[in-house]
Design a protein around this ligand. Structure first.
Ligand code: IFM
Length: 434
């Protein structure tokens, strides 16, 4: 790991490496009124800091988004299609919504931008939720039917697929959460089979890879807790795809043959790690040196440790790897340049150390968007005015554009975009630190 990134020699990623950014329907489109999330936001406002409302108004402004992607030099765009727009009521499809997504795909193709399509990014129609959603295995038929309708209508324009986003979720034994998770695992396998009927493009599901590590590496209980959390969030998925076995604590083994080999690549969403403390009900206290304060509020007070990204990637070196999300929310955009540089460097190291076959990187996110209950955390390379929806690229977007153009990075490029490493207040040492 290069500690002084300003001295990093020029490094080039493999030829054909795909660079881009990611978004998701509900977080940018706005007025996603037939979705369960919209319904919940209205029914239980007390659970949300604010509702999604018009989001970034990308439902209308998507041609502008494609223009932005072009101007910023992105070669790939990951986005999701809202099932609730395509089938707002059970069995009633909206041709205009489908046409709007097809137009987005056409515009991306015309701009030479690879389209990475996610078929389920957390949200689904309210009617599906009212029937129990993914809690009930028999409801997978609704999902299958939706994909059988949708996939052939778009397959010729899609460059790669994610069936679901981040269903691997929390380290839970709670029966409903486990049922939902394992049903979504089966939905992933079903989706893989359906997409393969119509498309030769690579298929996966985006996995939120949060390394779970013992707070005290030699403490047996911390280690046991970390192992438990890691299996129930990470390894159960990799294991199922590698073997076809669903192995989940306190549950009989279940063989689902279609799961075996149901990823053509590992789609990895990586942001931070989590330390496990067996003597506390919640997550472990964060170490000062890994606790980057990105916002003045406590939002997104995560444990950043790019070095763990290297080893996390080492776990998935048996298939090509696409980083389908990686990014940081911050008000001071210089953090974003630093975060990006550190994580690209970690990717370089993972290729060297573990021979990871890295093929793509999607920064999360193209736009400052709706973070599921609030607009406070801003992940975007591009700021969005909440009133006019005007899009304004940040300095980090210019940095990233140069990375893409060079298909790599160097200390010199980094130094040019971050000429001073000021007293960022990077690490929160606590009040007594002198
Ligand atoms: O905004 C989310 C996204 O929807 C899923 N992955 C993590 C992002 C940042 O929290």
């Amino acid at each position: 790991m290069v500690l002084n990134l300003f001295r990093l020699p020029a490094f080039t990623f493999p030829e054909g490496f795909l660079w881009g950014s990611a978004t998701a329907g509900h977080q940018i489109e706005g007025d996603n009124t037939a979705s369960q999330n919209w319904h919940e936001e209205q029914a239980h406002p007390e659970r949300y800091e604010e509702p999604s409302g018009c989001a970034c108004n990308s439902w209308e402004l998507y041609p502008e988004d494609v223009k932005l992607l072009t101007e910023l030099g992105h070669r790939a765009y990951r986005f999701s299609l809202e099932w609730s727009r395509i089938e707002p009521e059970e069995g009633r499809r909206d041709p205009a919504a489908l046409a709007r997504y097809q137009d987005l795909l056409d515009r991306l193709a015309a701009a030479g931008i690879h389209a990475s399509v996610t078929l389920h990014h957390f949200t689904h129609p309210q009617w599906f939720a009212a029937r129990g959603g993914f809690l009930r295995e028999e409801n997978l038929d609704y999902f299958r039917r939706h994909l059988e309708f949708l996939v052939p209508q778009i397959a010729d324009r899609v460059g790669s697929w994610c069936i679901l986003n981040e269903f691997n979720g929390a380290p839970t034994l709670e029966p409903e959460a486990v049922a939902r998770k394992l049903n979504q695992l089966k939905a992933h396998a079903a989706g893989y089979g359906i997409v393969k009927e119509f498309s030769s493009a690579p298929v996966s599901s985006a996995h939120a890879l949060v390394p779970r590590l013992p707070l005290r590496p030699d403490d047996r209980l911390d280690r046991a807790r970390a192992e438990f959390e890691d299996w129930t969030t990470n390894e159960f998925f990799f294991h199922a795809v590698r073997t076809g076995e669903i192995v989940y604590p306190y549950r009989d083994l279940e063989m689902v043959p279609e799961l075996k080999g149901s990823c053509d690549y590992w789609a990895i969403n990586y942001y931070h790690r989590r330390l496990c403390d067996a003597r506390s009900a919640g997550a472990a206290r964060k170490f000062g040196l890994t606790r980057m304060k990105v916002l003045d509020s406590d939002a997104w007070d995560r444990e950043f440790c790019p070095e763990d990204f290297i080893h996390a990637l080492g776990r998935v070196n048996d298939l090509p790897v696409w980083i389908t999300e990686n990014g940081v929310c911050c008000d001071d955009d210089r953090f974003r340049i630093l975060y990006l540089m550190q994580h690209l460097e970690a990717m370089r190291e993972a290729m060297r150390l573990y021979r990871v076959d890295l093929r793509a990187y999607f920064y999360w996110s193209l736009l400052d968007n709706y973070e599921w209950s609030t607009y406070l955390p801003r992940f975007g390379l591009v700021a969005v005015d909440r009133r006019t929806f005007r899009r304004t690229p940040k300095p980090s977007a210019a940095f990233y554009r140069e990375v893409i153009a060079a298909n790599g990075m160097s200390g010199e490029l980094f130094a040019r975009h971050l000429p001073e490493l000021p007293r960022f207040g990077l690490y929160d040492y606590g009040a007594d630190w002198k």
